[in-house]
Every structure is written in structure tokens, then in C-alpha cells.
Design a protein around this ligand. Structure first.
Ligand code: NAD
Length: 377
């Protein structure tokens, strides 16, 4: 089987879908690898390191992918790239399934497309879970971004000139990214509070040494998949009052709250921002989905009402070396169970992991719920 890995072209994308480590593993599994020249450079994986592990290089997307059986990418194919791939090829990448206008076009092009965000979060598939591997990095880096813009210490310090109080950090949304942000801020010596609509998050937050800010809810806010549901207006009002109180006392706020397929919930309003201390920092990790604070701006750092708002849409790409390493391993772990002894790829739709991630195959779009009404994306 020939695996092609083209360079990423999306703005701010520095990750790569294969590393020298996974080239070696794919080679050992009997695959051939062709890499677009320079594809790993932004993530600090030079061409020579890939060649050393047995990959060969090609110029440009079209040549790299011309004969491929499988294309591995970080970002999904764009409209131009789609015109250069052969019918029947399999592609595995992040797809942004709730905001990608090309979903139907992938089916129409006759490719098989795996959406890595849709790999189910069951125990067997943990090693393939790109959402977790990348959110973990984003959570860690969000704290470093906050530290960079905050002009005070995080830990408490006793100095000859007197005592410095520790920073107060509020983390909103305690999923994978939020929990890593809590752990990182704790390691830096900050006092950390966190809250989440899911009651199950309380124990995890407390086990990291942070305080859980609790809003009493009548119904369970968690759906069958472990994700947050959208809350009713009464809950949102009570939540707003409690957040306002805690936000005003915080030096740093890191927001990670997301609801799959929906705009991000607004948690920090303009009035709450006005009540924060000058010099406070808010890192809005939900900015790509509209933001947990409506004043944050995508791919910008802005100061509003004295608060620095950090709105980076692709935080994992700021740590492209490790982000690529983990993402490439996720892909390897996802692909290898499908590899057959004769070198072909068997897409077994009886397998729940494969079936959940498969968006289209043989010209058919398999997840119609993702398409706007009328069937066209
Ligand atoms: P996510 O990125 O979808 O959302 C981030 C967090 O924001 C979630 O914890 C969510 O509950 C919270 N949130 C949503 N709306 C909110 C609001 N209005 N106020 C406050 N918080 C709000 O979450 P995620 O990190 O992808 O994790 C989602 C779930 O999947 C969690 O239950 C997590 O434990 C679970 N998970 C399971 C596995 C596994 O078993 N393999 C792996 C990773 C995550």
C-alpha cells in the first residue's frame, strides 16, 4: 500500500500527519510512504529524517498523491486538492465535520473519507483519539499563553521585598483541555478554580487540587456520549451570576467550553469583563466556535476593558512537534488494524470505530445528519 502525506496549506497549520517514527512503523507493516518535500519542516521534522526511515520525497500535492492508496493529512482536502486525487483513494484527516462545506463533494469525488474527530471515545479507541491528544496540548499551552501576557507571578513568593500573592486562575469547561490547563496552572503554583456543567467533572477537578465551582442543576447536563448538553435559560441565569462573582476575583480565565455541533456557549459577557481587574488575561479556547467571550477575536490578541483576550484558533499548532508526534501515532493506531497481509486496506463497516469515523465511501455520504437539510453541504 502506498501512503501519501502532502504538506499542509491552511494558515497557521504547522503540524504534519506522519513523523519519522510512524514512517518506520508503517514501513515495518509493509507500506510504502511518499512525502511532499518539506511537509514536516514547520514541525521540526526535516526531510532527511524521513528519508532515513525509508520514505521517498515528491514535489507538490498532485505528484505526491497521484498514485496513493491512502492519504494522511492533518486538515481535510480543500477543493483544489480534491481535483488532484484519484477515485477510490482513502483519506484520513481532521475534517471539522460541523463546519466543512465540502462534505458532499468528498462523496461525489468517490473517495473514502475518515473523519478523525468522529472516532468514538471508547476504551479500545483511546490510542486513536485525536481530540484528546490535541486538546491535551492546547490545555497546556493555553496556560503558557496566559503566563506570557500576564504581568505578575503565578506562584506565591516570599521575597526580601515582601510577599507576592499567587495568581487566581479560573478554568471554565473541565474536559480534556480544561483538566490539562488546571494541572498546568497548579504546577506553576497558581490557585485554581474550575467549573463545568457536567457533574462528573467535579471529582476530576478536585483530584487535581483545584476548587470546583458548582451550579446546582435539576437535570444531568451530560449526554450519552459524555458530552455537554445545551442548558436551559434558568440554569444559564444562575450560572451567569456565579461566574460573574468568580470572574471578578480572577487574574486569569481560561475558557474551553464547547458543545459539539453548536456555537460555543457565552460564559463571559462584556459586563463581566468590565468587572475584572486591569491586567487580567482571558484565553478563549472556544474562539473558533464563536468564543466563550463574544469580545475575543479569532487569531488575535486584543485588550478590551483592560483585559487581554487571547483568541488563537489553532493552539496545538503552536506546539507542532509534539502535536504532530501524537497525531501521527493516533493515525497509525487507527490505520493499522485495517491493514491486510496482502498490503491492502480493509474498511470493515461492522467495526464500530471504523464505521463511526467513515464519512463517505463508494460515492455515498454516510452521515446525512451532518448535511444541512436538502442533503447538500
Ligand atoms: P469538549 O471539548 O466537547 O468541551 C469542553 C468542556 O466544556 C466539557 O467538559 C463540557 O462539559 C464543558 N462545557 C460545555 N458547555 C459548558 C458550559 N455552558 N459551561 C461550562 N462548561 C461547559 O469536551 P472534551 O474534552 O472533548 O470531553 C468531552 C467528554 O468526553 C468528557 O466527558 C470527557 O471525559 C470524555 N472523554 C472520554 C474519553 C474516553 O473515554 N476515551 C476521552 C476523552 C474525553
Amino acid at each position: 500500500m502506498l501512503i501519501a502525506v502532502p504538506a499542509e496549506t491552511q494558515s497557521y497549520e504547522k503540524r504534519v500527519a506522519i513523523t519519522p517514527e510512524t514512517v518506520k512503523k508503517f514501513k515495518a507493516a509493509g507500506c510504502e510512504i511518499v512525502l511532499e518535500k518539506g511537509a514536516g519542516e514547520a514541525a521540526n521534522y526535516p526531510d532527511a529524517a524521513y528519508i532515513e526511515q525509508g520514505a521517498r520525497l515528491a514535489d507538490g500535492f498532485a505528484t505526491t498523491c497521484a498514485e496513493a492508496d491512502l492519504i494522511l493529512k492533518v486538515r481535510s482536502l480543500n477543493a483544489d486538492e480534491l481535483t488532484h486525487v484519484k477515485k477510490g483513494v482513502t483519506v484520513a484527516s481532521l475534517v471539522n465535520p460541523f463546519g466543512n462545506p465540502l462534505l458532499q463533494a468528498y462523496a461525489d469525488a468517490g473517495i473514502s473519507c475518515f473523519c478523525m474527530e468522529m472516532v468514538p471515545r471508547i476504551s479500545r479507541a483511546q490510542s486513536m483519539d485525536v481530540l484528546s491528544s490535541q486538546a491535551n496540548i492546547a490545555g497546556y499551552k493555553s496556560v503558557l499563553l496566559a503566563m506570557e501576557h500576564y504581568q505578575c507571578f503565578f506562584p506565591m513568593l516570599m521575597t526580601a521585598a515582601g510577599t507576592v500573592q499567587p495568581a487566581k486562575v479560573l478554568v471554565m469547561g473541565a474536559g480534556v483541555a480544561g483538566l490539562q490547563a488546571i494541572a498546568t496552572a497548579r504546577r506553576m503554583g497558581a490557585n485554581v478554580e474550575a467549573f463545568d456543567v457536567r457533574a462528573a467533572a467535579k471529582e476530576q477537578v478536585e483530584s487535581l487540587g483545584a476548587k470546583f465551582v458548582e451550579v446546582a442543576a435539576d437535570a444531568d447536563a451530560e449526554d450519552a456520549g459524555g458530552y455537554a448538553k445545551e442548558m436551559d435559560d434558568d440554569y444559564k441565569r444562575r450560572q451567569g451570576e456565579l461566574i460573574a462573582e468568580h470572574a471578578a476575583k480572577s487574574d486569569i480565565i481560561i475558557t474551553t467550553a464547547l458543545i459539539p455541533g453548536r456555537p460555543a456557549p457565552v460564559l463571559i459577557t462584556e459586563d463581566m469583563l468590565k468587572a475584572m481587574k486591569p491586567g487580567s488575561v482571558l484565553v478563549d479556547m472556544a474562539v473558533e466556535m464563536g468564543g466563550n467571550c463574544p469580545l475575543s477575536e479569532a487569531d488575535s490578541v486584543v485588550v478590551k476593558h483592560g483585559v487581554t483576550l487571547v483568541g488563537i484558533t489553532n493552539i496545538p499548532a503552536l506546539m507542532a512537534t509534539d502535536a504532530s508526534s501524537l497525531y501521527a501515532r493516533n493515525l497509525f493506531n487507527f490505520i493499522t488494524p485495517m491493514l491486510q497481509e496482502d498490503g491492502s486496506l480493509e474498511i470493515d463497516r461492522e467495526d464500530e470505530v471504523i464505521d463511526a469515523a467513515l464519512l463517505c465511501s463508494d460515492g455515498e455520504f454516510l452521515k446525512p445528519q451532518l448535511l444541512p437539510k436538502g442533503g447538500q453541504s
